[in-house]
Design a protein around this ligand. Sequence first.
Ligand SMILES: C[S@@+](CC[C@H](N)C(=O)[O-])C[C@H]1O[C@@H](n2cnc3c(N)ncnc32)[C@H](O)[C@@H]1O
Length: 245
Amino acid sequence: MSEFSSKTEFASKEEKVHYIFSKIAKRYDLMNSLLSLWQHKLWRSATMRRMNVRSGQSAVDVCTGTGDWALSLATAAGPAGKVVGVDFCEPMLEEGIRKAAKAGMADRVEMLHGNAMALPFADSTFDYATIGFALRNVPDIEQVIREMKRVVKPGGLVVSLELSKPERPIFRSIYYFYFEKVLPKLGSLAAKDDVSYSWLPESLRGFPDRQGLANLFEHVGLVNVESKPLTFGIAAMHIGYKPKE
Ligand SMILES: C[S@@+](CC[C@H](N)C(=O)[O-])C[C@H]1O[C@@H](n2cnc3c(N)ncnc32)[C@H](O)[C@@H]1O
């Protein structure tokens, strides 16, 4: 039995999220693929294509987890680029460090322990700040987007890839049945864990829909904001530019 196995009460959302990802770190990649029916890989590549990262550019992947996005960014930015992944959950970062080493990219991606609410970087450091499937998990979405805007250079991009709320009513009803009723049971059976996979639907309930998140991007001062639904709106890509000074 792990030290976490019986915990069900948490002092804050942050504590709960930290507990969940510490617990599922080793299974996270597999569960991600199974529960999204491998769709997350398509969403990630569509987002990378839209970003068009060039050799020598720099990026921070906020809430990088096991580092999938950080590794894609490092591949695109090449040896002359600079990529940092930041996460507050050590077991997730350890998986990311292991994957980077396995891919022969340990010297191309820095995996840093840190909190998305107060990023440990100077203003205007990176060409891109990305966040994947994590805005739902942070205590204050607006604060995290503000931090991402702060650390990108003028003209740089803030990019989120996140689960969203399907807009077509019939599809939405079918999807919500899967997401609210079936998926937590599958997750609980496969991962032998109730808290973690009931968190998925719980975290989406209070999260803004696609237009709401685009509005938040604009509210913090990002410009030319784009949002794109993915797989009938199950997920969405949001992009905003930091204005040039
Ligand atoms: C669903 S996972 C996403 C991981 C990765 N970005 C991906 O695309 O697969 C959410 C991650 O956000 C991290 N996280 C949540 N809140 C955080 C915070 N306040 N600061 C840093 N990391 C945080 C968790 O530790 C976890 O690794």
